[in-house]
Design a protein around this ligand. Structure first.
Ligand code: NAD
Length: 499
């Protein structure tokens, strides 16, 4: 049995707490490794190493820091296949999807190569007689991030690349479900020239997270995961005086207007609903056709597409549409919610409950499900299922569909499919959701824009990546200086506006 490690001070370090979690191969159901779960002493050690290494890194000029990112991009491309394979083996997603996970992280690293420009401060010449004023963006010091299982490459990179290029040290506490790729990324960053101790990986569960939240030296915490944990981390981190941003769960609606191209909408729904087995925070989990006729035609188009989905292990390469879910517990939770849907009166149009794959009977595979006639009081509508289950809620009008998405407690992503520009503009303008697609089912913004939901999908003020990440990982200091006349006129006692 492989025993995974932490990555502290440039070395793989065995866990000393005596606690471990199982890391599965979700396709076979086998335990393939044990990951150590850190205690607070192990976290203390990583923080001490980070605090010692960070000042010299902050004093390294931004161009040199950016060059580490340039080299890192080259190494990610060199090792893309290896990273994707390791990712699929622990997560279960298909190989092309795993490569996409690495790629969407890599794009944020590319954006971070522009750090010298992003970190330029502001300067006002002659703000008063002989007075100049300038603002600097300085790193916070030691920063930390806690990441979910579903994007084990992309989300760590979304956090550590901007943190590090801004001159911070970063401690990553990845998901205990799929920790191998984060460890590989830390090694690659050092191969790219990053000094030891600037990026460390401390594996663990709640105990390691609490050690982060209560550590005085750690200045900021980034979190991505489920909403109850996001609320806990936001509350505790803020109460302890840290800068915190937390991104939580989702229930993303796609509204299909009667004028939409229904073939296009059905294709989009199948990819966005079932890709990665529905384990994406931007997955579409609710289809809202407007009008009975639209709904009937949409269901008619969806059923054969969903029944044709190929579900299998990543080792089948390009021949599968989606793989297993991450654990047996995740599978059981999905099955339980499907049963509540049936019990509460929704119509199960595509029933994936009997799905089984020969040779992989112990794998965590879940067949594709499609519900129709879902109502907004049902559990399958109110709760995040995080599996290959699409719910259809029929709306009578555009206003009803819009109101439905607006009333849901989550506000991560949404989409509208229509040929009418007026409707699309109205939707984009009114909706209280952070990321909006117009005829685009999964509107994940590119690296140079920012990513973040609204309502219970996000806690904090600044989004991930793009310009916001440079704000999150720096502090502004503003200097007012007077040189020519000094204080030779004598002291000043009144608080005056600039003359
Ligand atoms: P999770 O909340 O179970 O775990 C996320 C992280 O929190 C992990 O590192 C885990 O070890 C840690 N954690 C778990 N329980 C904890 C506890 N009691 N106290 C402290 N830390 C704890 O989430 P997950 O299952 O890994 O990921 C799936 C969830 O993440 C879904 O809800 C999904 O919507 C969400 N997600 C959101 C975004 C976004 O940007 N909004 C992106 C990806 C995933």
């Amino acid at each position: 049995m492989q025993e995974l490690t932490h990555y502290i001070d440039g070395q793989h370090v065995k866990g000393t707490s005596g606690r471990f979690a199982d890391v599965f191969n979700p396709a076979t159901g086998e335990v393939q490794a044990k990951v150590p779960l850190a205690n607070s002493e192990e976290m203390d050690r990583a923080v001490a190493v980070a605090a010692a290494a960070q000042p010299a890194w902050a004093a390294t000029n931004p161009q040199r820091r950016a060059r580490v990112m340039m080299k890192f991009v080259a190494l990610l491309n060199r090792d893309m296949d290896k990273l994707a394979e390791a990712l699929s083996r622990e997560h279960g997603k298909t190989l092309p999807d795993a490569a996409g996970d690495v790629q969407r992280g890599l794009e944020v690293v590319e954006f971070c190569i522009g750090a010298p420009h992003q970190l330029k401060g502001e300067y006002t010449d002659a703000a008063g007689p002989g007075i100049d004023m300038y603002s600097m963006k300085q790193p916070l010091g030691v920063t930390a991030g806690i990441t979910p299982f579903n994007f084990p490459a992309m989300i760590p990179m979304w956090m550590f690349a901007p943190a590090i290029v801004c001159g911070n040290a970063f401690i990553l506490k990845p998901s205990e479900r799929d920790p191998s790729v984060p460890l590989m990324l830390a090694e690659l960053m050092e191969e790219a020239g990053l000094p030891k101790g600037i990026l460390q990986v401390v594996n663990g569960d709640k105990e390691a997270v609490d050690a982060i939240l209560h550590h005085d030296v750690i200045q900021s915490v980034g979190f991505v995961g489920s909403t109850p944990i996001a609320e806990y981390i936001y509350g505790t981190g803020c109460a302890n005086g840290k800068r915190v941003q937390c991104f939580g769960g989702a229930k993303n609606h796609m509204i299909i207007m009667p004028d939409a191209d229904l073939d296009q909408a059905a294709d989009a729904l199948v990819g966005a609903g079932y890709g990665a087995a529905g384990e994406r925070c931007m997955a579409i989990s609710v289809a809202v056709p407007v009008g009975e006729e639209t709904a009937d035609r949409l269901i008619e188009k969806l059923v054969p597409r969903i029944e044709a989905l190929k579900v299998g292990p990543y080792t089948s390469g390009n021949d599968v549409d989606y793989g297993p879910v991450v654990t047996a517990a995740a599978k059981a939770n999905i099955e339980r919610l499907v049963q509540t849907g049936i019990d509460q009166g929704a119509k199960l149009v595509v029933d994936g409950r009997d799905f089984s794959l020969q040779g992989y009977e112990e794998g965590f595979f879940v067949g594709a499900h499609l519900f129709d006639n879902v109502t907004t009081d049902m559990d399958i509508y109110t709760k995040e299922i995080f599996g290959p289950v699409l719910s259809t809620v029929r709306a009578k009008s555009y206003d009803e569909a819009l109101g439905m998405a607006m009333d849901h407690e989550y506000g991560n992503g949404t989409a509208i499919f229509t040929r009418d520009g007026d409707t699309a503009r109205d939707f984009a303008s009114k909706i209280n959701i952070g990321m909006v697609g117009v005829n685009v089912p999964i509107p994940v913004p590119l690296a140079y824009h920012t990513f973040g939901g609204w309502k219970k999908s996000m806690f904090g003020d600044l989004n991930q990546h793009g310009p916001d990440s440079f704000k999150f990982y720096t502090r502004t200091k503003t200097v007012t200086s007077r040189w020519p006349s000094g204080i030779k006129e004598g002291g000043e006692f009144n608080f005056k506006p600039m003359e």
